[in-house]
Design a protein around this ligand. Structure first.
Ligand code: ZN
Length: 291
């Protein structure tokens, strides 16, 4: 696991095992806030160990940026902590997280020690503030990667923990391209020092503008490809021919997962596009005047 001090009392952790997933810690003199847990129990436990023994504080709060397993399945390793999330995160963890964990347990021993712990503090809109020592955490909605996405701004440092609304490759299979476009544009206007992406490396101030532009271009590109695919006779072949590089992204991103995630993005947008077209045709047919 990589670890870095981002600013005073703000730390970043990155998995070396699963998709470069990240987590954060902000601490005050008495206690700490963890922003997301890591994908595998061992890494979450190593992070906890560092906070408790090296930094010398207990974790009182966990903020889950969204309900996906790689960000929430470590909640159970902080038994005294209160969990903060979007209210949809709580609902989705209950509906999808619990059965997903049941499945994972059957396939992988490691997950036998995991339990889903649902957020106790939830909000649906606007912002939520949490004061940790000298820092104010402003917690806000940032949907698009999933409907329950939230981001955490360390106001004093202009450091944003963006969750998966900002990634080296935007991933929208469980989300929505319009929402994520809005979230990315908003992040681009925030005047940030650093973006802590839900996966991948920390983005520095001088790199933010191009990262925002690259992600917005990528989203425009894949939407265009999905629209083109529905007009093709062999839509799947067409999608398969359009590799991630052609949409302006490198295949080495996310520990080599970029091409696979890109493929899933394309298939999911293509299906959406196809359904939208069918619905439109259906509507047209029903609106035809009787003659
Ligand atoms: Zn993730």
């Amino acid at each position: 696991m990589h670890r870095e001090r981002v600013s005073e009392n703000v730390y970043w952790f990155q998995s070396e095992v699963y998709a470069q997933v990240t987590a954060g810690v902000v601490l005050g003199p008495q206690w700490a806030v963890v922003i997301d847990t890591l994908a595998l129990p061992d890494e979450t436990l190593a992070m906890r160990d560092y906070v408790e023994h090296e930094l010398g504080v207990q974790v009182h709060y966990i903020i889950n940026t969204h309900y996906h397993a790689d960000h929430t399945w470590g909640n159970c390793f902080f038994p005294g902590a209160t969990i903060i999330a979007h209210s949809l995160c709580r609902e989705l963890l209950k509906e999808r997280g619990i059965p997903a964990l049941e499945n994972a347990r059957k396939q992988n021993q490691t997950f036998r020690q995991v339990k889903i712990v649902l957020p106790q503090f939830t909000f649906r809109a606007g912002t939520f503030n949490l004061r940790v020592g000298k820092k104010n955490l402003s917690i806000m909605t940032a949907p698009g990667h999933s409907p329950d996405g939230i981001a955490v701004l360390v106001e004093e440092d202009r450091v944003l923990f963006a969750g998966d609304s900002f990634m080296p490759l935007p991933y929208v299979v469980d989300g929505n391209t319009e929402d994520i476009t809005t979230s990315i544009k908003k992040i681009g206007r925030m005047g940030l020092e650093n973006i802590i992406q839900g996966h991948g490396d920390i983005i520095l101030r001088g790199e933010i503008e191009s990262a925002v532009r690259e992600n917005l271009n990528y989203l425009t590109n894949i939407r265009k490809l999905a629209r083109m695919a529905v007009r093709r006779r062999a839509p799947h072949d067409f999608l398969d021919e359009n590799h991630v590089e052609a949409s302006g992204k490198s295949r080495v991103y996310l520990g080599g997962l970029a091409e696979e995630l890109h493929r899933r993005n394309l298939r999911s947008l293509y299906l959406e596009e196809k359904e939208a077209r069918l619905a439109a045709k259906e509507k047209e047919k029903n609106n035809l005047p009787n003659s």
